[in-house]
Design a binder for this molecule. Structure first.
Ligand SMILES: [Fe+2]
Ligand SMILES: [Fe+2]
Length: 291
């Protein structure tokens, strides 16, 4: 139960969020792509024309889809080919995650390095997609990718609209090493709530809203438990291995409910699974740092 004081802070922060007039809009390309996907006769060429208007987006789609954990068997060197190899759903998840990361992008400062968040997001996105395949849920891969890419997006709202509080949270978490608790102390809610707030406002799919809202405590998710647990696990592994870690996850604790949700027989079996991934994560980080 939240204490009364915490509940007051939560209400105050929520009111401030509701009152923000210049919240970013959902990137136009996401709407355009989903409209194209709703039509029965959309071709790869039409989709490539729509996405290809943005050269930066195109370059990122190609480099991410060629990254080690993304799992393609062959190199994709053009947008049209990527659409054919990946299929429409995966391409649209790539467009969603890259364009949202772009629209929320905050400049680096003494408390925040955008590069660190971007590398972390790429590792968790591609890692979660690979783990879906390893655990026998390949059909969740595209959703796990976008969920992993955007799970910490609320941090950027915190930086933009709560900059004073953000500085206090960072300073306090340096001493306590638990970022999430400091967010609660300061604002009564966390970057999970902020990210999910915007994702809901933009009418993003429920599975994505849940992934953002519960990535630190998947036991609280009321739907998409396997997906949310896989994103939690990947995020935990990034912190544990110190591979593309993110300071906003400082003091990360594993939610052991994932042992049952993901059908591990014991904590030991989960630990073994985690340990076997270490080298792949290190390789993936090296590739990501070249992007
Ligand atoms: Fe987080
Ligand atoms: Fe994270």
């Amino acid at each position: 139960m939240l204490s009364e004081l915490m509940e007051d802070k939560r209400k105050k922060t929520k009111l401030k969020l509701d009152g923000i007039r210049n919240l970013p809009s959902i990137p136009k390309v996401i709407i355009e792509v989903s409209e194209l996907l709703r039509k029965d006769n959309t071709t790869a060429v039409a989709l490539a024309q729509c996405i290809g208007k943005d050269q930066g987006l195109t370059t990122k789609i190609l480099s991410i889809s060629n990254s080690p954990l993304y799992g393609l068997q062959r190199q994709v060197s053009s947008l049209e080919f990527a659409i054919v190899v990946l299929g429409l759903k995966e391409i649209s998840q790539l467009v969603t995650s890259i364009s949202i990361s772009g629209v929320l992008k905050q400049s680096s400062n003494e408390h925040f390095k955008f590069e660190e968040l971007w590398n972390h997001s790429l590792l968790v996105g591609t890692g979660a997609k690979d783990i879906c395949r390893q655990l026998g849920y390949p059909e969740l891969g595209a959703d796990a990718f976008v969920g992993g890419m955007l799970h910490d997006m609320g941090i950027q709202l915190l930086i933009k609209y709560f900059s004073v509080e953000f500085k206090s949270i960072v300073n306090a978490s340096l001493a306590s090493e638990n970022f999430l608790n400091q967010e609660l102390e300061e604002l009564g809610l966390t970057h999970q709530d902020m990210g999910a707030y915007l994702a809901t406002k933009w009418n993003l799919p429920d599975s994505l809203c849940s992934s953002i809202q519960y990535h630190h405590n998947p036991n609280k998710a009321t739907s998409d438990n396997i997906l949310v647990s896989i994103i939690h696990l990947t995020d935990y592994m990034s912190q544990l291995f110190n591979v593309a870690p993110f300071f906003g996850d400082g003091g990360f604790e594993l939610d052991e409910s994932i042992i049952d949700t993901l059908n591990f027989s014991s904590r030991e079996e989960l630990n073994e699974f985690i340990e076997n991934y270490k080298e792949q994560f290190i390789d993936a980080e090296q590739y990501i740092e070249t992007l």
